[in-house]
Design a protein around this ligand. Sequence first.
Ligand code: SF4
Ligand code: SF4
Length: 464
Amino acid sequence: MKPSNTQSNEEPQSLYAERITIHPRIVFGFFTRLKALSGIILLGLYYLIPWLQWDNRQAILFDLPARKFHILGITFWPQDFIFLAFLLIVAGLTLFFFTTLAGRLWCGFACPQTIWTDAFIWMERLVEGDRPKQIKLEKSPLSFRKIRIKAAKHTLWLIFALFTGYTFVGYFTPIRELSEALIIFNLSEAETFWLFFYAFATYGNAGWMREQVCIYMCPYARFQSAMFDHDTMIIAYDEKRGESRGSRKKNNKEYKNKGLGDCIDCTMCVQVCPTGIDIRDGLQYECISCSACVDVCDSIMDKMNYPRGLVRYTTENRLNGKTTHIFRPRIFVYGGILLAIFISIGYSISARILVELDVIRDRNSLFIETDAGLIKNVYSLRIINIDNNPHIYEITASGIEGLQLIKDKEIEVGAGAVMTVPVSLLVNYDNLSKRSTHVKFKLTAMDNPELTVIEEARFLGPLR
Ligand code: SF4
Ligand code: SF4
């Protein structure tokens, strides 16, 4: 994969490249429609998801102050953050898997940077018109009309960015409460900060920086070539068919005799490119596989009555007349690891017991001898009800003959609540064979025996 802007060795190289503003030309075609559909669905999901309810609670809520993540009826506690680590591994491996299989499909069709940039470009065209009008406006001297048009565009961008920031905060604060607070200007400092921060990031990245994020900031653009092989799907220009490029009249049937290929050198593939590269220069890391050049070149081929596909989805092997292999060792390796992780995460989540018990010995006294000659140990039981329903629990203890458990109150723990209960264990001195004996506490929800947890502790007595 080569950089697009190669310079000869004789030319002095500047370390600073001034940005050339890119005004991508509008394009219509199959892949552009597919991309628009993907953008609408993904943006729709982003803005709608915080409004969905599940069990009278926001379906997806990352409740940081309470240190709980609610995802579709499942609540993840800090001790479940191992799942988050697995989720990140899965996300990384999925990206590897699909990159090896289908190239930068993620970048072109699903990456948030691409989706939001497309939305901002759409608003820009709505206000300023398509590429020729944008370039004309850019070059025109400052005037009231120019200020009015630019102000309208930035206002639209800012409203959209603020709405995006507000929705982002809605994933961390219940969005209905957030909306009420917003109406009466009563947001907390943290909510205000993150709303404006995210809005600013959206406005800056999708409105101003656009392709620069992909080219200079995104690490994926740099290392994705390591996952490419000759069978990876890429967007490529068919050099053998297209060269020598050159303009000609539409009905010119003699162009091949003049040594011309199918490329009419109209530069439309460059004009539609959101990263401003020329796909005819070969595979470049700046290419985000958005397929705009495929659609526009197909439309040119249609006009010229040439077969479509001069620029197309293909593989290096196919371009060189060789066979493309979909199933390769690395596909099986990535796929196998992904499957194994999915199965283990699924099993771990389904096998989770929705109650936890911590037993803490009273550190003030090792043991107490009662007037009746019994040995007493005091404990604090910390019960965490991870379930989304309240439960009344029964607690029992075993491990020493004649062990008695004394507690003051009924153990009723609310949904997602934590309760600390003091309990005592009493045993006859004669039943103790050693100074320290292992005992087991068993906690069971009275309405659901499956919610049972057993925890070990030590019972201490006098030296024998
Ligand atoms: S759009 Fe097609 S025909 Fe036009 S310059 Fe690009 S590759 Fe050549
Ligand atoms: S070269 Fe084609 S596919 Fe790549 S970014 Fe430009 S328009 Fe999109």
